[in-house]
Design a protein around this ligand. Structure first.
Ligand code: PFF
Length: 437
C-alpha cells in the first residue's frame, strides 16, 4: 500500500492529462500503456528484487549484489539525484494543490463560475505570484516534515488506505459530470481516436518518461521500498497490482478532464495548468454541491501528493543515513530544507524569474524535463541492464520465488526475456531517438 501511495500522486492526475494533451491524446495513451506494462512493471520488479535481495539503499545495493563491479553504484547515484530534483518540484506542485484547498473552501474558486478565461487567469495569477505559492509550499513541506518527524508514516498509510479509494470514487463522479457536459463528446473522441501524427519522437520519449515517473521507478525509490518488503510477499503480484492501480487512475483522470476541456473550449495542450484550469469549471457546474466536491477533491489530491513526497524523502533519507550514519531525523530535516529552497526558485520561475532561462528553458520546465524525460530513462537503463545481465541469476530466482515457495516457471522466463532484451532495447531506442529529435 505504501508503494501504491508512492505511485499514485500528482503524476496521475496533474501530469498525465497535460502530457497526454500535449502529445496527441489517444496515440500517446497507446504508447504509454506499452511502456507501463513492458517496461515500467518489469523495472518495478527489478527494483523490488534488487532492494529486497541486497537490503541496501540504491548505491550500495548495486555494489553489494556485484561486489567485483562497484561501478554500477553510479546508477544509484543518478537515482538519488533524480529523487532530489523530483521532490523539489513536487513540493511546489503540492503547494499549488494545498492552495487550491484553501481557494475551494474560501469560495474564491466557486465565485469564478464557469467562466473558463477567469479560471485560467486565476491560476496564472496564483502561480506567478511570489507570496502565496511560497506560503502554501511552506505549509505543505512543514506538514510532510511533521508527519515524518512524528514517525506517523504508518498512520498515513492507514489513512491512504481509506482515502485513496475515496479519491477513485470522486474521480468517477467527476468522469460522469464531465462526460455529461455539453459538447463533451469531442473530449471522449480525443482519447479514443488516436491522432498518431501528433505523436513525435519527443512524444514517445515523454510517454516513456511519464510511465516511469508515474510508477515511481527509474530513481531508486522502489529499491528502498523493496528492501522493506517482507520475505513472504509475492513480488510479481505486488508489482502488477501497483501498476494496474496506477494506470487505471491515470486513465480515469483523463476521462474526467478531456471531455471538460472540450466542453469549456480550452486547449488540450494547455500545459501544466490544465487540471487546475479545467476542474474548477466542472465543480462550478455542479451547483451548490460544487464547493464541497472541490474541497474534498483537492484534499484527497494533497493526501496523494503527501504519500508520494514521503516516499521520495524516505529514499533520500535512508540513502543519506546509510552513507553517513546521520540520524533519520537530521537527514529528513536536511533534505526537506534543501528541496524546499530549490522549490522556492522553481516556484519563482513561474513569475518573477520567468525570464531566467537555462538552455532555453525556465527553471520549472527544465526541472520537469530532467525529472521525466532525461534522468529516469537513464537510471532505468542502468538498472535493467544490471538486473538482466550482471546480477546473479540465482539471486533473482530466489527473490521471485520466495526461496522456492512460489512457482515461477511462467513468470521468470517472461521477466528474464523482457528484462534482457525488450526493456533495454526499448529504452535505448527511445532515449536516442528522443534526444536526436
Ligand atoms: N509517482 C508519483 C506520481 O505519479 O505522482 C511521483 C513520484 C513519486 C515519482 C515518487 C517518483 C518517486 F520516486
Amino acid at each position: 500500500m505504501a508503494a501504491v501511495g508512492s505511485a499514485v500522486g500528482l503524476g496521475n492526475i496533474w501530469r498525465f492529462p497535460y502530457i497526454c494533451g500535449k502529445y496527441g491524446g489517444g496515440a500517446f495513451i497507446i504508447a504509454y500503456l506499452a511502456f507501463v506494462f513492458l517496461l515500467g512493471s518489469v523495472l518495478m520488479m527489478a527494483e523490488f528484487i534488487i532492494g529486497r535481495r541486497s537490503q541496501h539503499t540504491p548505491v550500495l545495493a548495486f555494489r553489494a549484489l556485484c561486489p567485483d563491479k562497484k561501478g554500477w553504484g553510479l546508477v544509484g547515484v543518478i537515482g538519488i539525484i533524480t529523487s532530489f530534483i523530483i521532490l523539489s518540484h513536487y513540493l511546489v506542485l503540492s503547494g499549488w494543490t494545498t492552495g487550491y484547498i484553501w481557494h475551494s473552501v474560501s469560495g474564491a474558486l466557486s465565485a469564478l463560475g464557469t467562466d473558463a478565461d477567469a479560471i485560467t487567469a486565476f491560476f496564472s495569477q496564483f502561480t506567478s505570484a511570489v507570496g502565496s505559492p511560497l506560503l502554501f509550499l511552506g505549509i505543505f513541506s512543514v506538514l510532510c516534515l511533521i508527519i515524518i518527524l512524528c514517525g506517523v508514516q504508518k498512520g498515513i498509510e492507514n489513512i491512504s488506505k481509506l482515502l485513496m479509494p475515496l479519491l477513485v470514487i470522486l474521480i468517477l463522479v467527476l468522469c460522469v459530470r464531465s462526460i455529461t457536459l455539453p459538447n463533451a463528446k469531442a473530449g471522449v473522441d480525443y482519447i479514443l481516436a488516436p491522432a498518431f501524427s501528433k505523436l513525435t519522437g519527443e512524444g514517445i520519449l515523454a510517454a516513456l518518461g511519464q510511465a516511469l515517473f508515474s510508477l515511481s521507478v527509474g530513481m531508486g525509490v522502489m529499491i528502498v521500498y523493496g528492501s522493506y518488503i517482507p520475505a513472504n510477499d509475492n513480488i510479481f503480484k505486488t508489482a502488477m497490482w501497483i501498476t494496474v492501480c496506477d494506470t487505471l487512475i491515470a486513465l480515469l483522470a483523463s476521462l474526467a478532464i478531456f471531455p471538460a476541456v472540450f466542453s469549456c473550449g480550452l486547449d488540450p495542450a494547455g500545459g501544466p495548468g490544465l487540471v487546475f484550469c479545467v476542474l474548477p469549471n466542472v465543480f462550478n457546474s455542479m451547483g451548490g454541491t460544487g464547493v464541497f466536491f472541490s474541497s474534498l477533491f483537492f484534499i484527497l489530491l494533497m493526501v496523494a501528493a503527501l504519500t508520494s513526497s514521503i516516499s521520495l524523502l524516505e529514499a533520500l533519507t535512508a540513502w543519506f543515513c546509510e552513507h553517513t550514519g546521520a540520524s533519520r531525523k537530521m537527514s529528513a530535516i536536511l533534505f526537506f530544507a534543501l528541496t524546499s529552497i530549490i522549490g522556492v526558485f522553481i516556484s519563482l520561475s513561474m513569475g518573477v524569474l520567468n525570464d531566467f532561462k537555462i538552455l532555453g528553458y525556465t527553471i520549472f520546465d527544465l526541472v520537469d524535463r530532467l525529472e521525466s524525460i532525461y534522468l529516469p530513462p537513464l537510471c532505468a537503463l542502468g538498472t535493467i541492464i544490471f538486473f538482466g545481465w550482471v546480477m546473479p541469476e540465482k539471486d533473482i530466482k530466489d527473490e521471485l520465488s520466495n526461496h522456492g515457495s512460489i512457482a515461477i516457471n511462467v513468470t521468470y522466463p517472461l521477466l528474464r526475456f523482457l528484462a534482457r532484451y525488450i526493456a533495454p532495447l526499448g529504452l535505448l531506442i527511445v532515449l536516442i531517438s528522443g534526444i536526436l529529435s
